[in-house]
Design a protein around this ligand. Structure first.
Ligand SMILES: *Cc1c(COP(=O)(O)O)cnc(C)c1O
Length: 391
């Protein structure tokens, strides 16, 4: 029997027949498992290969994306590394251009060393994606909503083009979460997550995931996961599994808060532009409405201000925490040009549209009135500072 999503999230991976009757998946804090005879064990051998707490998490992750196979990693970057490990010298990847800074860094500074080539395109255009595919292309790497400009890629259309050219589609679904968007159901071959963000949701551990329905891909990824060894420990798996149970509920509040924040910012005179696919006049709104159930909880905006004024703005914000990362119960904000995207060269940042006055918000679960009031007072001071300077 297949359950509805909210039921799956609570039950998938939880032990039905634990000998103690434990209602939650226990933390098996062990590195190795006894063998009854050389080479024979009761299902687990060595904890890098598999262990029960990770197994429970992996089943839960697969269920979240409505897929057969889940693999848990020590971080989102370890999961991205896992996917790219299936490539070889001479292979080519087409990727979203405004993507997670760490993904851009591992592509261009690490995998490029091994002769893997990357082409970055504005993946909100299916034509741009199709034009970039060549005969060596093996992967199409999509991040939607993108980071930090919240552009939306039409997953169905891009995955169809990729498949017709023998290219596998990967979607980094960290921003949307499976509550809002299920890439595998839309035609993607692989989903990647930084479970550090919404799936865990409490800013208290790192984790990553790869999810797929493809048995051959799964077998390869499982082999590399064990060979490379960037796996999460039992405690981390427990925390992520615990977080996942409330993902659906948390996303409701995250999205409601973000919608109200986006509307507040759009109406503010000190804000030049708001990037949020939930706004009706956002260029990505129609596609977002088709493929997501809600619009997510990351909102970016350009201040009508210089770099110095933007940095001053970040000092005036009190309730929001200035920090890398996102998807926490606590509201976080960052200045991409000097934080999450500092590893991207300034010319590339500018070409992609990441300005020095861009601020990225991750709406938490606080009362939105407090969140708005805090931004309002910081924006008012920014505006007064400007008026003083021009007067
Ligand atoms: C944070 C993040 C990652 C990297 O995950 P870590 O857990 O920090 O290693 C990858 N993709 C996206 C979209 C992210 O936000």
């Amino acid at each position: 029997m297949t359950w509805q999503f909210d039921t799956q999230v609570i039950h998938a991976g939880h032990p039905a027949n634990d000998p103690t009757g434990s209602v939650t998946a226990p933390i098996y804090q062990t590195s190795t498992f006894r063998q009854t005879e050389p080479g024979v064990n009761g299902g687990y051998g060595y904890a890098r290969t598999d262990h029960p707490t990770r197994h429970a998490l992996e089943e839960n992750l697969a269920a979240l994306e409505g897929a057969r196979y889940g693999l848990a990693f020590a971080s989102g970057m370890a999961a991205i590394h896992g996917v790219l490990s299936t490539l070889k010298t001479g292979d080519h990847v087409v990727s979203t251009q405004d993507l997670y800074g760490g993904a851009w860094r591992i592509f261009t500074k690490f995998f490029a060393k091994f002769g893997i080539e990357f082409t970055f395109v504005d993946a909100s255009s299916v034509e741009a994606v199709a034009d970039a595919i060549r005969k060596e292309t093996k992967l199409l790497w999509l991040e939607t909503p993108s980071n930090p400009l919240l552009k939306i890629t039409d997953i169905t259309a891009c995955a169809r083009v990729a498949r017709s050219r023998g290219v596998k589609t990967v979607v980094d679904n960290t921003f949307a979460t499976p509550v809002l968007q299920r890439p595998i159901e839309l035609g993607a071959d692989l989903v990647v997550h930084s479970t550090t963000k919404y799936i865990n949701g409490h800013s208290d551990t790192l984790g990553g995931a790869i999810i797929t329905n493809d048995p051959a891909l799964y077998a390869d990824l499982k082999f590399f996961q064990n060979a490379i060894g960037a796996v999460p420990g039992p405690q981390d798996c427990f925390l992520i599994l615990r977080g996942a149970k409330t993902l659906s509920l948390r996303m409701e509040r995250h999205c409601s808060n973000a919608e109200l924040l986006a509307r507040f910012l759009s109406a503010h005179e000190s804000v030049r532009r708001v990037y949020y696919p939930g706004l009706i006049d956002d260029p990505s709104h129609a596609t977002a409405r088709r493929q997501m159930t809600r619009f997510g909880a990351i909102v970016s905006f350009d201040l009508d201000a210089s770099l110095e004024e933007t940095r001053n703005f970040t000092r005036r914000v009190n309730l929001w925490t200035l920090a890398e990362s996102l998807g926490s119960v606590k509201s976080l904000f960052c200045h991409p040009a000097s934080m999450t995207h500092a590893s991207v060269e300034p010319e590339v940042r500018r070409a992609v549209g990441i300005s020095d006055s861009l601020i990225r918000l991750s709406a938490g679960l606080e009362d939105v009135r407090d969140l708005i009031e805090d931004l309002d007072q910081a924006l008012a001071q920014t505006r007064r500072g400007k008026i003083r300077k021009t007067a």
